[in-house]
Design a binder for this molecule. Structure first.
Ligand code: UDP
Ligand code: MG
Length: 313
């Protein structure tokens, strides 16, 4: 059984040498037949240079380099499109997902005879309160809103087998929310619990904008509920408007001398309806934007360099 370790990297010069050593140590200690497939997602630092060095000395290190930063999900996609193993493990470069648990994941895979072993974070060390809270809220909120139920506190750290890899390669969509897609695919999936470490060096590469983009791909790619929200909001505003009409009628008929000049109620209604309309147009915009991107049919990523990989692929 050949194992492919898929490692997306973006500006990881501080940690990449340690990562390479730890990945190799785990692979060698277990005498696996393996490849370490690093995907350099348009790093602006020395990541590519370092990876090229490892790849020149060690043929089990493979490198794909993008022409610019295309984002973590696209980097993982490229890795999965190009890996040659029977089983692939997706793992971060920053050692937050400890490579030492990979043998246990393989054990689980063999014992359970499953297709996917997804790693669930029991604890998250060294991450800010803000990150932990937003992640917690996001995973639960997405489940509430989505038409599908996803395992919570599960990132992209997982083991997938050949069947899942082959199915994945058939996916034409550009905006991929990988953890959602794998769950959507079905197959036999088994959780594996682990404690997420802190980042060994460097800063997080997931800026707030990137986190919001990922959340929006997840939400708008897996749920039509926000579209229905427009209808609910419309109904609510109609009900409020009706109640206001009744109240004004009541004032006219029974307390005629107390009728308001009418300015404030008009402004409130206009503001309220304006808000509801803008909100729903925004939701429509998200979906239309996604359709726009998919119809342009641009590639998910552009590779400008491959090392130790079959050039015909
Ligand atoms: N990453 C990437 N492209 C990006 C951002 C991140 O390939 O645009 C990689 C990064 O190098 C790391 C993994 O994705 O291997 C997870 O990123 P990070 O550790 O910064 O995210 P966090 O763990 O803080 O959520
Ligand atoms: Mg990290």
């Amino acid at each position: 059984m050949k194992l492919s370790i898929v490692i997306p990297c973006y500006n990881e010069e501080e940690v990449i040498a340690t990562s390479y050593k730890r990945f190799t140590a785990v692979m060698e200690a277990n005498s696996y037949d393996y490849e370490l497939l690093f995907v350099n997602d348009g790093s602006k630092d020395r990541t590519e240079e370092l990876l090229t060095g490892f790849a020149q000395d060690d043929h089990r290190v493979k490198l794909i380099s993008f022409s610019r930063n295309f984002g973590h999900q696209n980097a993982v996609s490229a890795g999965l499109h190009h890996c040659t193993g029977d089983v692939a493990v997706i793992i971060d470069a920053d050692l937050q997902d400890p490579p030492e648990v990979i043998p246990q994941m393989i054990e689980t895979y063999e014992r359970e005879q499953c297709n996917v072993v997804y790693a669930v974070r029991r604890k998250r060390k060294g991450e800010s309160f803000f990150k932990r809270m937003t992640a917690k809220l996001f995973y639960r909120g997405l489940n509430l809103l989505s038409d599908f139920s996803f395992p919570v506190d599960t990132g992209d750290f997982r083991l997938i087998d050949r069947y899942v890899l082959d199915a994945f390669r058939q996916f034409p969509e550009k905006h991929k929310y990988l953890r959602g897609l794998f769950c959507w695919m079905g197959f036999k999936q088994v959780p594996f619990y682990y404690d997420r470490d802190e980042r060994k060096a460097g800063e997080t590469k997931y800026t707030l904008t990137k986190m919001i983009r990922l959340a929006s791909v997840g939400l708008f790619g897996f749920s039509k509920k926000p579209l229905r929200l427009a209808i609910s909001l419309g109904c609510i505003s109609i009900l409020i408007a009706l109640a206001l009409v009744l109240w004004i009628l009541y004032l006219h008929i029974f307390v005629a001398e107390n009728v308001m000049p009418g300015w404030s109620s008009t402004v409130i209604i206009i503001l309220f309806l304006g808000g509801v309309q803008l909100f729903t147009i925004g939701i429509l915009g998200e979906y239309i934007g996604n359709i726009f991107d998919e119809t342009k049919n641009r590639p998910e990523y552009i590779i400008y360099k491959k090392i130790n990989l079959d050039e015909t692929k």
